[in-house]
Design a protein around this ligand. Structure first.
Ligand code: ADP
Ligand code: MG
Length: 685
């Protein structure tokens, strides 16, 4: 029989094609989706209190039988419907506003349940109705109990969802296969059926929470099983060409660098180098705060691959970043005889095809590019190493496609997202982790201040002095929703304004709408110092590395999240000169105020991530969307992270005994993973 994840919701009683479409908008397509559509919150609608104890102003639920109904009009024109309702303890009144159709329905004898605010008037009780239910509440799910409130839309009233979910539970809960190992149930976790019943229609609020916890654990357990399996799968592969220990090419490259590696970089490099020499393919995450110097470590790995007769590919999320990597690495690598090529979507057709042919022949050793690298027509001669920069910008899918262009190649992914170690290990359970936890020497902390727009002239004067000394500045204008067009306009407007303040300097303009050559020209001129002042949208957010830039002005800084601000600030302070980050924001919400205050005080990405979490709870700083993992239905990785270690431990323990998931429970789990995280197919495969 089909599982709940295969049974379309449309086959439930009460769901026709129209309702199925509305449900689909909520992400509910199968009976499983419906059962795992959890309440956003609950409302206590038990009516156990005697009428006489009700207090003015409190919200209650009461039930009675209609005695009389009258309609009147207030002086304001408001229509008032007032019904007298018989209750075992006496009569009370219910009041509706402007819903005159009710006079047709509220006939004497009709039973009605109302929820609303109590008013005590001269000895009788009136309830101003916020929600109500006419007739018998057959299932007893909309009142007289703790009632679930779901994420929903106008087209799907709460009571519709409630009754659909109630029916789905009745029909399915009992036969659902258990997913947690038996010893966890013995420890007191709810069974799956119990948990689903209690999470939707709880007997107490405590039980609702307990039920949610069990469902979170279930989901994380499945996630960890999938990650663990993938890890085993990857580790079982054999590399056709494992690398030899570092030879002269790597030594030459190290010697040609204008600096020596920091101890943290050395440690990361040793770990990567060891992986590359192992007969098993590397799957490593290189984590380091912005400016920590990840690129050079990646470059070492690329050199090592080439030294062993292999090709390397470096994929970056934006054109600007790919071009910058190319411009940085090209001279360093060519000097030691390595052929470097750039492949982005913006290349002229003919050049692009020439590059693709050269990559396939093996004439290019190291390819640097964007998403273009994963296109079908790109194939390699002998791809041995894949490096993915700013990996949170890519999905697991893209990582997989690029990896499959080689024969069990080594994979190194890099991120500046400051995920605490335990969370990283759990989120990226399939990857080993290297951390560059200190900045190159001589870096001065970026001085960060928050000003009102009225103080801008003073800031501009300061920037004039900086520029006169040969330093450079970024002016970042706020992100206007998703519209590239509007962002481009805002940047152009700002550039025009700044021209008035800085007639003596050339002002560069950079935004997503420019042609590639224009972008290149502007970035090159900014890098060379010909352009001192650069107006830009947040396209410079990731990776851009211009050591002479010492000032970063961010307009309407309250419109950026902490993670973005942190990335933007990371564009300055990349040398031993003092640098400044100036946040411009006027009237801000209390939340934004807390955010900007925290940002001016904290420099470390990890501390900022924690602060972000504290200010707004589970945030997007390192939410699932950035992790490249499939979206979770139940668990919130930040709020529920205390359950991660248990889930991980249980999953690993399970795989220890049943690595191929072929025991009776193992088979159920394997099926559940495949059905529940469709995205995992490509993940585990
Ligand atoms: P990120 O980790 O953010 O990608 P980058 O790799 O762009 O950082 O490095 C930031 C800057 O630090 C670059 O200009 C780079 O040349 C420089 N850098 C990297 N490693 C060192 C080092 N060991 N000593 C001095 N400067 C370094
Ligand atoms: Mg970088």
């Amino acid at each position: 029989m089909a599982t709940i994840w295969e049974r379309p919701v449309q086959y439930l009683k009460g769901v026709g094609p129209q309702r199925a479409r509305w449900l689909s908008r909520l992400g509910i397509n199968t009976v499983g989706d419906l059962l795992y559509h959890l309440p956003r919150r609950y409302e206590d609608r038990t009516f156990s209190r005697p009428l006489q104890t009700l207090v003015d102003g409190e919200t209650v639920t009461a039930r009675g039988e209609v005695l009389t109904v009258e309609e009147s009009t207030a002086r304001s024109g408001l229509k008032i419907i007032r019904a007298a309702l018989r209750h075992p303890e006496g009569t009370f009144y219910a009041v509706w506003f402007n819903q005159t159709y009710l006079t047709q329905i509220l006939k004497p004898g009709v039973k009605v349940t109302v929820t609303g605010k109590v008013r005590r008037l001269l000895g009788f009780i009136e309830i101003q109705v916020a929600d109500f239910e006419i007739g018998e509440d057959e299932e007893g799910i909309n009142s007289g109990r703790i009632v679930p409130i779901y994420p929903s839309t106008e087209k799907l009233p709460q009571r519709t969802l409630r009754s659909l979910i109630f029916r789905a539970l009745e029909e399915n809960a009992a036969e659902l296969p258990e997913l947690l190992p038996p010893h966890l149930l013995r420890q007191g976790f709810f069974t799956r059926a119990q948990a689903l019943r209690e999470v939707h229609f709880p007997s107490t609020l405590e039980k609702a929470e307990e039920a949610r916890k069990r469902l979170v654990l279930e989901e994380l357990f499945l996630l960890q099983l999938a990650l663990g399996q993938r890890r085993r799968h990857l580790a079982s592969a054999q590399k056709p060409y494992p690398c030899r220990p570092d030879g002269p090419l790597v030594q030459q490259f190290l010697a040609s660098l204008p600096f020596t590696l920091t101890p943290a970089q050395e440690r990361a490099w040793r770990e990567i180098s060891r992986d590359m020499e192992s007969p098993r393919p590397m799957h490593r995450l290189l984590q380091g705060d912005v400016g920590a110097g990840k690129t050079v470590v990646a470059a070492l790995a690329l050199v090592k691959a080439v030294e062993n007769g292999l090709q390397g590919a470096l994929m970056a999320p934006t054109e600007i970043l790919a071009e910058q990597h190319f411009l940085n690495l090209h001279p360093l690598l060519e000097k030691i005889g390595i052929k470097v090529g750039l492949l982005t979507g913006n290349l002229k057709k003919e050049l692009r095809w020439r590059q693709i042919a050269a990559i396939a022949r093996g004439d290019i050793d190291v390819v640097i590019g964007t998403h273009t690298l994963i296109q079908e027509e790109v194939s390699f001669h002998r791809l041995g190493l894949v490096v993915i920069d700013e990996q949170h910008r890519f999905g697991v899918r893209q990582r997989t496609i690029l990896r499959r262009k080689g024969e069990a190649p080594d994979v190194l992914v890099m991120t500046a997202t400051p995920i605490p170690r335990t969370l990283a290990l759990t989120l990226y359970g399939d990857l080993d982790l290297s951390v560059i936890d200190s900045l190159p020497p001589g870096r001065q902390p970026v001085k960060t201040i928050w000003i009102k727009p009225s103080a801008l002239p003073r800031v501009y004067n300061f920037i004039r002095q900086e520029a006169a000394q040969g330093n450079q500045a970024f002016f970042v204008c706020p992100l206007i929703e998703e519209s590239e067009e509007l962002n481009a306009q805002a940047a152009s407007k700002l550039a025009e304004e700044l021209k008035k303040f800085f007639p003596e300097f050339q002002i560069g303009l950079l935004h997503g709408r420019l042609k590639l050559e224009e972008k290149e020209r502007v970035m090159a001129a900014f890098r060379s110092g010909e352009i001192k002042l650069l107006v830009t949208t947040s396209v410079v957010e990731v990776g851009v590395d211009v050591p002479n830039a010492t000032v970063m002005v961010i307009y309407d800084a309250d419109r950026f999240g902490l993670a973005q601000l942190h990335q933007l600030r990371g564009r300055v302070g990349r040398s031993d000169k003092p640098s400044y980050c100036i946040l411009v924001a006027d009237k801000v919400t209390p939340e934004a105020q807390a955010r900007l205050k925290a940002f001016t005080n904290l420099r470390d990405g990890f501390a900022l991530a924690e602060e972000d979490l504290r200010i707004r709870g589970p945030g997007e700083f390192f939410g699932t969307r950035q992790s490249g993992l499939p979206e979770l239905k139940v668990a919130d990785l930040l709020r529920d992270h205390q359950l991660l270690p248990l889930a991980r431990e249980e999953a690993w323990r399970f795989l220890e005994k049943d690595p191929s998931l072929s025991s009776p429970l193992g088979r159920i789990l394997r099926q559940e993973i495949a059905l529940r995280f469709a995205a995992f197919r490509d993940f585990v495969g």
